[in-house]
Design a protein around this ligand. Structure first.
Ligand code: R7I
Ligand code: MG
Ligand code: MG
Length: 311
């Protein structure tokens, strides 16, 4: 195990981030929510040829990546149109996000739609679940990463807590591309200026990581959260990713699924961070073979890498 070695980012890490995200999403989706959501996913969670479907987390990440590939930077109007055009109820979007996207599709400007369901904008984790794309793309440009987090989240998630959740996940992914040591990544994450609501869960996560404490899935869910809000899921995803970063991907996803709650999104975010550290080549081959449109996602990651290299 290398100690905090600085590495040039590789295509393998771009692919690892996006496929790690999609795998976490698809493997976590059957365990998301309560009995009704799980039953529904049993009916619609497989493609005609038996592959595991991914959900809104992956769809929005692919839309964001496609926009960056096309434009080289974040253009809010473009990502709003792409998010709205891709919306399909069967991808399991959050209820508020679904309304926002349908309104944008009907012609409402995103600056109006993003505060039309909740007056201050949504504090859900929908802005954070796509933030790994920002993290890998801007991993060497801290200021641009900050702006891009804000811009990519705000079109659907205007609330400060949603934007800070996106910043946390994007920075954690960017740090994961360059460093391998969990404690090192965690201490850098602690230096981000986030809303006070993130302080307690992040401090506890750091304490656990530094002390070598191995909490159970139930303890993580209880102490850090497993909910649909950015505050109740993004510190959890960062902790889980760092706790399992040198252990098998599948063990990490099983841990998230055992913790319950917003399993697809927590596994998607931790899967992306895990993939950023370890790369595509470390992901489980058998699970990738079962993943809906895995090759397409890999191609998107490769194009994003090429766009990044082109400057
Ligand atoms: O954040 P969002 O896109 O949800 C993503 C989640 C992920 O788990 C996906 O996998 C998918 O399952 O959904 O969706 P939103 O609807 O914007 O936010 C999620 C939920 O948080 C909302 O439906 C509300 O229940 C709650 N919420 C709020 N409640 C009250 N006031 C978000 N913002 C507010 C608020 O301001
Ligand atoms: Mg989802
Ligand atoms: Mg979810």
């Amino acid at each position: 195990m290398s100690c905090d070695s600085r590495r040039p980012v590789s295509k393998d890490q771009f692919e690892g981030t996006l496929i790690g995200l999609a795998l976490g999403d698809a493997l976590g989706a059957p365990f998301e929510g309560g009995p009704i959501e799980r039953l529904l996913w049993r009916c619609i969670g497989r493609t005609a040829d038996g592959k595991r479907r991914w959900t809104d987390d992956t769809q929005m990440s692919l839309d964001l990546a496609a926009s960056l590939i096309a434009n080289g930077r974040i253009i809010e109007d473009d990502i709003a149109q792409r998010f709205a055009a891709s919306y399909q109820w069967r991808r399991g979007y959050g209820p508020g996000a679904a309304k926002v996207l349908k309104r944008i599709r009907r012609g409402m400007p995103w600056r109006q739609a993003n505060r039309s369901v909740f007056a201050s904008g949504s504090y859900g984790n929908g802005g954070a679940m796509r933030a790994p794309v920002i993290g890998i793309y801007y991993q060497h440009q801290a200021e641009m990463l900050e702006d891009a987090c804000q811009q990519s989240a705000v079109v659907t998630h205007a609330h400060v807590l949603a934007i800070d959740g996106a910043r946390l996940i994007a920075h954690a992914t960017a740090l994961a591309v360059r460093h391998r040591e969990p404690v090192q990544i965690m201490s850098k994450v602690m230096g981000l200026r986030l809303d006070r609501a993130f302080e307690r869960p992040l401090a506890l996560a750091q304490q656990w990581l530094c002390g070598g404490h191995r909490p159970s899935p139930a303890e993580v869910a209880k102490q850090l959260g497993n909910g649909i809000s950015a505050v109740a899921s993004t510190p959890t995803a960062v902790f889980v990713a760092l706790r399992f970063v040198h252990e098998p991907f599948t063990d990490m996803v099983n841990f998230v699924c055992e913790g319950g709650g917003d399993t697809d999104t927590i596994a998607a975010m931790s899967g992306a961070i895990w993939g950023a550290v370890n790369g595509y080549s470390a992901l489980p081959v058998a699970s990738i073979a079962q993943l809906e449109q895995a090759q397409m996602i890999r191609n998107v990651a490769a194009s994003l890498f090429a766009r990044r290299q082109a400057g």
